[in-house]
Design a protein. Structure first.
Length: 291
């Protein structure tokens, strides 16, 4: 863990560094942070120092050094660094989990014995072989030619260690075309692409190849939310992004994400983020100008 943290701190340059390879990011934070709303994607996040809390629906996941979080589906989450100091910074390695890479490993090896897992998010302790594979990839950053030649193989090893580890069943679901998570992902992808359109659970179930009752049950099991709650969370996060950009009025933003009633939009926005849309936008811009 000491070597991994040192490698992350050296290469993150005191902040967040993305796309060391496609989908590979590292970060260092030297103090606790305020809760931030975001949309997760299928990924693995390994902590080498400090501690973070991530909430989805009514569930909260707390993870620290030597632990990793797997997100197997797109989820509206709220996360924050709960412990970090200059002497003990939050240091993190993140890898996007690509369905095609997972599917290829499953086809090539035919050796993953774990039963399929069905959950949207889970935390586990990292096994030594997983830590070793992440460290080997991080060492390649000191030799760009080696990174170009061996980075893809190093990523493949990390994914293999995840597949054969404690949460292999959850990771496996990401790569299986006929898995329940993949079927639900089709509905989630549709909602993300049609954020302003009303949700009809029957239509989403049909898109996912399930009955309405089965879809509703499995969607809630994976996300801790109903489809309507998930879409509401997505709409409010999209609205917050548009407000921060500052190119539209509050009423226009609400309409753009599917709210026909401005009062309802303001009420639900305040419940989600603690302040009315206009005031929250001003606060976000002011916070950004001080960074």
């Amino acid at each position: 863990m000491g070597e991994l943290r040192e490698l992350i701190m050296r290469h993150a340059h005191g902040g967040i560094t993305r796309n060391l390879l496609p989908g590979v990011s590292i970060g260092v934070v030297e103090g606790s942070t305020a809760p931030t709303a975001a949309m997760s994607e299928p990924s693995m996040t390994l902590v080498a120092g400090g501690r973070k809390r991530t909430a989805v629906g009514d569930l909260e996941f707390v993870y620290g050094p030597g632990e990793y979080l797997v997100a197997s589906i797109d989820l509206p989450v709220t996360g924050y660094v709960s412990h970090a100091t200059v002497d003990d910074p939050f240091a993190v390695f993140s890898l996007t989990l690509k369905p095609t890479l997972i599917a290829g490993l499953l086809l090539d090896t035919q050796a993953v014995a774990q039963p399929p897992g069905f959950t949207g998010m889970v935390v586990s302790e990292a096994a030594p072989d997983l830590l070793d594979s992440v460290i080997r990839l991080m060492r390649l950053l000191d030799a760009p030619a080696d990174l170009a030649a061996l980075g893809t193989a190093a990523e493949r090893e990390i994914v293999w260690r995840l597949l054969t580890g404690a949460q292999g069943g959850v990771v496996r679901q990401i790569g299986l075309a006929d898995s329940s998570l993949t079927q639900i992902s089709r509905a989630i992808r549709w909602m993300r692409e049609h954020v302003a359109e009303p949700v009809a659970v029957a239509d989403l179930a049909r898109l996912s190849g399930m009955s309405a009752s089965s879809f509703h049950r499995k969607f809630h099991a994976a996300t801790t939310m109903t489809p309507v709650q998930w879409q509401k969370a997505l709409r409010l996060r999209e609205a917050r992004t548009l407000l921060l950009a500052g190119r539209a009025t509050v009423a226009d933003v609400g309409f753009a994400v599917g709210y026909g009633n401005a009062s309802q939009f303001s009420r639900e926005y305040r419940r989600a983020f603690g302040a009315p849309p206009g005031r929250d936008a001003i606060r976000m811009r002011n916070d950004g100008s001080r960074e």
